[in-house]
Design a protein. Structure first.
Ligand code: C2O
Ligand code: CU
Ligand code: CU
Length: 458
């Protein structure tokens, strides 16, 4: 599948529409069962929005669902009023009405969009799409591909299983499914040509599934994380790790043999590795005779540089979740809740600094801390729980400084930072964008059950 590189020329403002509504999809292939889904503009995933760096866009979202929705443009640094958090940055979009989002993407890169209302169910039923912001200057690859990865929990008849927000999902690893799709289809052959160099953009749009992708016979080079260019490098142990909501852009040089097939394996969970996709080489001779040089870095985005010497320190401690022996850690005692219904239907199972904010966002959320505009915030995130958490900050990209006390080896900016159990991550950002901003775990069950907070920039 090849995507056009240049957007259509036209008026100065790029105009788009998305309609969220019930739909149907054949997730396991043309011969498989039809699954009732919720979709943007009738496709799973939603249409790939290709925008241009620095070019204003106006996106009208129509709500054809039977419940409120909003759209959050994940990773885009935009005005607070366009951030899509219901009750906090905008009123929710009621059934039958619409809302127009307007912003100018400052950064080129790979982003995505999804609802921020009834997030667990709306994302779990399929509402998600890729948002690609093209560099103002041309970046050359033979092909530019996006793989938007979704994880579905399907029953035997192909229907999406109910039971969203069960206590077990909420207090443990979240709603992990049983079918992973790439751009809406189950594992299939992806045709490639020997010698070509592909820019492969990966986006993990799963509710809860972490991924660690190994490309058999290939050596991917990571070019960008969460849309922000990094120093090109091969990943540790050759595996590309993606927590929910994370994106990685990589250069994939097709160095395999014509006519052969190579697997892409997701081996994040011990003993549960599966083949995500197969790279099927065309029989044609290699596109190039001479090997390519190492890929060069992508052009950097205009991110404000943190001033660490003058930084204001803040700390976020992640608490709660199920521990060994079936006990919830901390939260119960702190919140004065009793064991049985913990985590069910939006009750708290997690906390940040002793406070549980549940749901998708609402009016009157009290900020955890306030930053004066322009100040550098040195943020420490401490995971005291026994679980993995992809922690996401709205409106900013974070410069990652250190993990468990050791400086990180490559320049990296992220909007979603994956923390292993007991990890501590230090990062920094310039509070240059006023408003109330969300900071939450992107495992949807964890967010709904209290692993969320808000900070304010004035
Ligand atoms: Cu991608 Cu608050 O979310
Ligand atoms: Cu976001
Ligand atoms: Cu989490």
């Amino acid at each position: 599948m090849s995507l056009p590189i240049r957007p259509a020329r036209g008026s100065a403002i790029d105009e788009r529409t998305l309609r969220a509504a019930p739909s149907q999809a054949r997730l396991t292939g043309p011969g498989g069962p039809s699954t009732p889904t919720w979709a943007y503009s009738d496709t799973i995933p939603g249409p790939v929005l290709r925008l241009r760096q620095g070019r204003p866009v106006r996106i009208t979202v129509e709500n054809g669902l039977a419940e409120d929705t909003t759209v959050h443009w994940h990773g885009i640094r935009l005005p607070n009023a366009m951030d899509g958090v219901p009750g906090m940055t905008q009123p929710p979009i009621a059934p039958g009405s619409n809302f127009t989002y307007e912003f100018t993407p400052p950064d080129a890169g790979t982003f995505w969009y999804h609802p921020h209302a009834d997030s667990l169910v709306q994302l779990g039923r399929g509402l998600a799409g890729a948002l690609i912001v093209e560099e103002a200057e041309l970046v050359e690859f033979d092909r530019d591909l996006i793989w938007l990865l979704q994880d579905w929990r399907l029953a035997a008849d192909g229907q999406i299983s109910g039971g969203f927000g069960s206590a077990m999902d909420a207090t443990m690893a979240g709603r992990i499914g049983n079918l992973v799709t790439i751009n809406g289809s189950a594992p299939a052959d992806h045709g490639v040509r020997a010698g070509e160099r592909i820019r492969l953009r990966l986006a993990n749009a799963a509710l809860a599934r972490m991924m660690a992708l190994r490309f058999e016979g290939h050596r991917p080079v990571i070019l960008a994380i969460d849309g922000q260019p990094c120093d090109p490098h091969e990943p540790d142990d050759g595996r590309v790790v993606l927590g929910p909501a994370m994106r990685v852009d990589m250069a994939l040089h097709m160095q395999g043999k014509p006519g052969r097939r190579y697997r892409v394996i997701d081996e994040f969970y011990d003993g549960l590795a599966y083949t995500l996709a197969t790279l099927a080489y065309d029989k044609a001779p290699p596109l190039r005779v001479h090997p390519l040089e190492r890929p060069t870095a992508l052009p950097r985005n205009p991110l404000p540089e943190p001033d660490l010497a003058k930084a204001l320190r803040q700390e976020i401690v992640l608490q709660g979740g199920m521990m060994g022996g079936g006990k919830l850690a901390g939260v119960g005692g702190m919140m004065g809740m009793s064991g049985m219904n913990m985590g069910m239907n939006g009750t708290a199972a997690w906390a940040i600094n002793g406070m549980s904010m549940t749901g998708d966002g609402h009016a009157g959320m009290v900020p955890q801390f306030t930053l004066r505009r322009g100040v550098t915030c040195h943020l420490t995130i401490r995971n005291q729980t026994a679980w993995w958490h992809p922690m996401h900050v709205h409106g900013f990209s974070l410069s990652i400084l250190a993990r468990n006390g050791s400086p990180v080896s490559h320049r990296q900016w992220q909007d979603t930072v994956l923390l292993a159990p007991k990890d501590t991550v230090e990062c920094a950002f310039v509070a240059d964008n006023p408003g109330d901003w969300m900071l939450h775990c992107h495992v949807a069950d964890h967010q709904m059950a209290g692993l969320m907070t808000v900070f304010r920039v004035t």
